[in-house]
Write a protein that binds this ligand. Sequence first.
Ligand SMILES: NC(=O)c1ccc[n+]([C@@H]2O[C@H](COP(=O)([O-])OP(=O)(O)OC[C@H]3O[C@@H](n4cnc5c(N)ncnc54)[C@H](O)[C@@H]3O)[C@@H](O)[C@H]2O)c1
Length: 438
Amino acid sequence: MVERGVDIAPANGKLGILLVGLGAVSTTFVAGVEAIRKGTSNPIGSLTQMGTIRLGKRTENRCPKIKDFVPLAGLDDIVFGAWDIFHDSAYEAALNAGVLEKSQVEDLREQLESLKPMAAVFEQNYVKRITGENIKTGKNKMELAEQLIADIARFKEEKGCDRLVMVWAASTEIFVTASAVHESLEAFEKGLYDDDANIAPSMIYAYAALKSKVPFANGAPNLSCDIPALTRLAEDNNVPICGKDFKTGQTLMKTIIAPGLKSRMLGLEGWYSTNILGNRDGEVLDDPESFKTKEESKLSVLEHILQPDVYPELYKDFAHVVRINYYPPRGDNKEGWDSIDIFGWLGYKMQIKIDFMCRDSILAAPLVLDLALFMDLAQRAGMKGVQEWLSFYFKAPQTAPELYPEHDLFIQLMKLKNTLRHLQGEDLITHLGLEYYD
Ligand SMILES: NC(=O)c1ccc[n+]([C@@H]2O[C@H](COP(=O)([O-])OP(=O)(O)OC[C@H]3O[C@@H](n4cnc5c(N)ncnc54)[C@H](O)[C@@H]3O)[C@@H](O)[C@H]2O)c1
């Protein structure tokens, strides 16, 4: 061991996971955890539950499960809370989302029915395609934030939670860029009192979480806590934050394939991606302003992985197009096509076609679990502000302002595991390996 590691408070008591949005992803997540607790399913897709971590030299044969290596909250200690603009319980919302088979939802009816959403902070201008009736009112945005803070405190008290984390799994908001009101906490709080139109509901949730010292993970591409005012508040209040936009489906594939092409020095002429999707998320993303937020998040990935400035002969000016089409018959079962035009030795052209018949929420649910457990770990380990080591889970990883995000899935995984080794005082793994041949 090189260093002693970090003092991490034990994961005693209950962990409350507060979900903003009780739609397809959230209900699939909650139902999955309930099924795993009942022993009727395995946590497939969850690194915290199924992943292992190699420690020390390859000859030492030390490879514990991650959940046995770092002190994570156990699944039996989790309780759920949620907000949504609809009154539907998790049972009704799961049936509505149509991700899980009806018989599976019925099996978990009692647990799912007990999860009823609190009234949401919502603004029609930020999500145009849906309207609901379970919505808070207040004289200004600060009052709405205070109501969320009161919800958080009440939930903690009523459920007897020791700790909380909040995960944004609500609809994607319209595209906004950071402006003066987001620059400092002072400006932001004044903006809350003044009902500033540039403060989105997702920012109000993030603010309420951070004021309550609750870690906040953002599963959608909207800015939320990715503004100077809130990153500062996270640091000042010793709260971890991370985002943005769960990396599932097509972007997951992109960040698996693109590093491979680059490592073989194969060139790219263009990458055309299109999706058909028929769930409520697809309906919201059918609005050009919400799609713009998603598009920005999806487009940045290839540029960062392929580094056209460093490899102009291979990657200068490649065409990258991303489309999402709302097509109701497919429901949550998204189909993502990629047509990739590459070139090799002497410039000869080749094509790769991917047709990923995926299930969006099935891919996203384990990410919610891992993020909640790792964010809780981070807080108990005294980590605060942006948690870049959790980039592994995001399409548009939040980083310090002066850094470009790392998108390569394999580098992200290495970074995540090295962070866990660092926390526990184990040697970081460099993959040098010369010592085996000395
Ligand atoms: N499923 C995936 O693979 C995936 C991947 C990346 C990102 N995401 C993002 O995760 C989010 C959730 O996806 P989903 O498929 O569950 O969508 P969904 O439409 O099924 O659920 C979103 C829920 O959020 C609620 N909502 C909207 N605004 C709210 C607010 N201000 N407060 C509280 N609730 C609010 C809606 O009523 C809805 O029930 C979306 O933003 C989506 O873009 C999903």
